[in-house]
Design a protein around this ligand. Sequence first.
Ligand code: PGA
Length: 252
Amino acid sequence: MRDILVAGNWKMNGDAARNSELLAGILAGVPVSDRVRLLVCPPFPYLAAVAEQIADSPVELGAQTVSEHPSGAFTGEISAAMLRNVGCSYVLVGHSERRSLFGESSDAVAAKFSAALEGGLRPILCVGETLAEREAGETRIVIDRQLNAVLERVGIAGFGTAVVAYEPVWAIGTGLTATPEQAQDLHRHIRSILAAHDADVAETILILYGGSVKGDNAAGLFSMPDIDGGLIGGASLKASDFLAIATVAASL
Ligand code: PGA
């Protein structure tokens, strides 16, 4: 049986004091489970402090994006090796906000995924369709395109340590959630694309759902056979909300 990963994407929120309080709250209530893994992805400036605060805990650390370059004259960029150096094990790549607000193409996302692997990080590849794409019946086409860009770049072997997050854009931060059945349908589709390349990788890879996950909808989603946890935005900013989701995961 696969683990359940509950990952908090803090986005551009928080400050030193609020992060420390949030983490203290999370650390005080981590549910006991050998199947549930917790991850937080704070903004860059706080990674080192968060790493220190979670050092003796089961909570793991991730970043929200990474440069596609390993080092050099790229003002403002942060490399995978730097993230590793301050204690990250994971990094989000291709979050829909990066794709839509910062113009990251599928090729750029693939390059970041590759750079994450080179730097020893586990990429969490976010894929998902917009409302217009869903309404046009293009959901699978979009997801296939986003996945295939990465598969072409790193091959299926590159997915051995990776995680995929299916995040329908229309469900992010909107309070709308895909139904467990809608999400399961796409999760199974993603797993089947990977299975066409390597059955073992497809069987073991964690595929998270993201988009308005909360304590009261997590059970339905995480009970689905191909949903292995969640990428949580809004509900990761309050310890009680995040723990409610983690506790649901631990009860399954
Ligand atoms: P949300 O964000 O939980 O606030 O919808 C999810 C995400 O953007 O990863």
